[in-house]
Design a binder for this molecule. Structure first.
Ligand code: FES
Length: 354
């Protein structure tokens, strides 16, 4: 069960003009709770003018060794989003010694280190979880190789430039690094321009043996991830080998259709071992209904992107406005995003503990 704890900020490192890395200290008694897999994220929350704001940020530091103790520090990357209530605060106000409310790690955009060839296509701040995935994999698995294809506007706007260069220095044979800058000329031979489906379909077979890649990790803005997925499918890659995490979905990307809930619909929810049944008000999501009665219900983005509100649909039927977080296997297995779900049947039952 996800929980928040106050964690002190140990470092604030400026990465680019519009991004920082925040490092938190994890006290020994909480290290087990903050044990994470490479690729997971943390939700941070703050109260501003009486309103609670939550945002998720991916962990960029390597995951702890399963045989050792949990992490003593956690580092996340934060990029400024225009008008973003949390990112503006993170970039302008947070200083060393502040305490922030940090949720225990969540997310299924993860890699279990194993020998083999892995690859990632990332755009902008999408490098953040992939930095953790690549550094954990290369450190733990001497037989693993990683191909990192990253796309950014300019070198100056590229997050974790030094960290990625250090990783390349440490594993020159096992890390293949390809950087594509869309707004800057590069040295001869290096690609520039936008990484879209057509570019990738042509570029990927020239870079690596596409059919031998054990896992593809696509992370970044919606357009890049969708384009990369189409390119991979065109190249014959099985959907089961593709993992996706989308950052920054515009509010208008999948407009919600206002379908009224059946009259007197109720949601029964099980959360942290305790259950309850509550009436759903017209237009609200099932997460909103549950939150009014159980403020400890897990969520972060409320936008169908982070997956924190995932719940198992035990009974009834729901309609989801949009889903950028759950894989097809998860929805087929019966999982839904509570923040995007509205009742279709009069009775709906959710289990947040499954
Ligand atoms: S809270 Fe992020 S997907 Fe529902």
């Amino acid at each position: 069960m996800a929980r928040f704890h106050p964690l002190p900020v140990a470092a604030v490192d400026r990465l680019t003009d519009d991004s920082v890395a925040l490092t938190f200290t994890v006290p020994p008694e909480l290290r087990e709770e903050y044990r994470h897999s490479p690729g997971q994220h943390l939700a941070l929350r703050r109260l501003a003018d009486g309103t609670e704001i939550r945002r998720t940020y991916s962990i960029c530091s390597p995951a702890p060794d399963p045989a050792g103790e949990g992490p003593g520090t956690l580092r996340v990357g934060v990029r400024l989003v225009e008008g973003g209530a949390f990112s503006t605060y993170a970039l302008k106000e947070i200083t060393v010694g502040d305490e922030l409310e940090v949720m225990t790690p969540a997310g299924r955009f993860t890699l279990e280190p194993a020998p083999g060839l892995y690859a990632a296509i990332v755009g902008g701040s999408g490098i953040t979880p992939v930095l953790s995935i690549a550094s954990t994999l290369l450190a733990r698995e001497p037989e693993a190789r990683f191909c990192l294809i990253r796309s950014d506007r300019t070198a100056a706007s590229t997050m974790f430039l030094e960290e990625v260069a250090d990783l390349k220095d440490r594993y020159p044979q096992r890390l293949q690094l390809v950087t594509v800058l869309s707004r800057e000329e590069q040295q001869a031979g290096l690609p520039s321009g936008r990484l879209d489906r057509e570019r990738l379909t042509a570029l990927l077979p020239a870079l690596l043996p596409v059919d031998q890649v054990a896992g593809w990790f696509l992370c970044g803005p919606l357009g890049l991830v969708q384009g990369a997925e189409k390119a991979l499918r065109e190249l014959g890659v099985n959907r089961a080998h593709i993992h996706e995490e989308i950052f920054h979905v515009d509010a208008g990307a999948a407009p919600a259709t206002a379908v009224p809930a059946p009259a007197h619909s109720t949601v029964t929810a099980r959360l942290d071992g305790r259950g309850g049944t509550w009436p759903v008000q017209d237009g609200e999501s099932l997460l909103e209904t549950v939150l009014r009665n159980r403020p400890d219900a897990p969520y972060a983005c409320k936008g169908g992107v982070c997956g924190t509100c995932r719940a198992f649909l035990v009974a009834g039927e729901v309609r989801m406005d949009r889903n950028f977080a759950l894989e097809a296997e998860e929805t087929e297995a019966g999982y839904v995003l509570a923040c995007q779900s509205h009742p279709v049947t009069e009775k709906v039952e959710l289990d947040f503990d499954r």
